[in-house]
Design a protein around this ligand. Structure first.
Ligand SMILES: CC(C)(COP(=O)(O)OP(=O)(O)OC[C@H]1O[C@@H](n2cnc3c(N)ncnc32)[C@H](O)[C@@H]1OP(=O)(O)O)[C@@H](O)C(=O)NCCC(=O)NCCS
Length: 251
């Protein structure tokens, strides 16, 4: 029997970013203009609002997801979260099961925040959002774990930020004459923290990028990575490799 919600798939563009890894990116600016009229992402700096009347959402959201969105305090968080979930739903229906309705695709979270697909626990999932963009990536190979991160090119290079994020030897290795050096290192570090599924629960300075090598606790991390332009002004980092075993190292 035809499923009417199949006619109203969530927005998003799916691409292959590495072998067996698919990405869906969602343009938050376009979503916001579509939903709220003229206000772009600059108009998101407001308290949360009631999104239950946004027409297509009931076609996309699973039971409970609208309640989650309504529970956030800021409109920006509501829209970012939704955009990430729409990216996931697009990816799953495009790459894992074309017969699933978006309303049946859900995301659950591990205790430290890492997202996973309850319907496809063998396929690693990663989600990110920054500024105008949200994205989700899924691994089609159950042996392959992934982490992705989007970052704006214009990130603060203040002393406090550098000291919080980078070890002394990383800072020494940063090429400050290259404007991409800092955002590349930062987005890659965040993608790696998602790959190991710890996020900020792992000390940022325990993960280092030195001369193009990712190190964790000073030892080379057995991963591959890419950092590529996602859109003007934004970088996308992808870290991928074998599923990391639970680390005995302290955070
Ligand atoms: C994940 C994290 C490293 C990246 O944060 P960020 O660059 O600001 O945000 P991004 O948009 O790129 O990524 C956010 C997504 O990462 C995912 N994520 C959260 N924790 C994660 C983890 N431990 N491992 C992998 N992915 C994680 C989530 O899906 C989240 O999106 P969602 O909340 O909409 O589902 C960081 O937010 C984090 O560690 N969060 C969990 C712990 C926390 O909240 N600590 C705060 C106090 S230290």
């Amino acid at each position: 029997m035809p499923n009417p919600s199949r006619n109203r798939l969530p927005p998003g563009t799916v691409s292959e970013i590495a072998q067996n890894i698919r990405l869906c990116r969602v343009d938050i600016e376009a979503l916001v203009k579509n939903w709220f009229g003229d206000s772009g992402i600059e108009g998101l700096r407001r308290p949360a609002r009631d999104l239950s009347s946004i027409a297509p959402l009931p076609d996309w959201l699973a039971p409970g997801e609208l309640e989650t969105v309504q529970g956030f305090k800021a409109l920006k968080r509501q829209v970012e979260w939704l955009a990430g979930r729409l990216a996931v739903k697009t990816l799953v229906t495009a790459c894992l099961d074309a017969g699933l309705a978006p309303t049946n695709v859900t995301v659950a979270c591990e205790p430290q925040g890492a997202p996973y697909l309850p319907l496809f626990p063998g396929h690693c999932l990663s989600i990110t959002h920054a500024g105008r963009w949200a994205a989700a990536a899924v691994s089609l190979d159950p042996a392959l774990a992934i982490g992705i991160d989007i970052e704006r090119l214009s990130i603060p290079g203040t002393r406090a930020f550098l000291d919080l994020v980078f070890s002394a030897r990383e800072q020494a290795a940063l090429d400050r004459s290259d404007p991409l050096s800092l955002p590349r290192a930062w987005t890659l570090k965040e993608a790696y923290l998602k790959y190991i599924r710890r996020g900020f629960h792992r000390s940022l300075r325990q993960v280092e990028l030195i001369d193009g090598n990712l190190l964790e606790h000073g030892r080379p991390a057995p991963v591959r990575w890419t950092v590529t332009p996602l859109a003007p002004g934004y970088l996308l980092a992808l870290v991928f490799g074998a599923r990391p075993s639970p680390s005995a190292e302290p955070d």
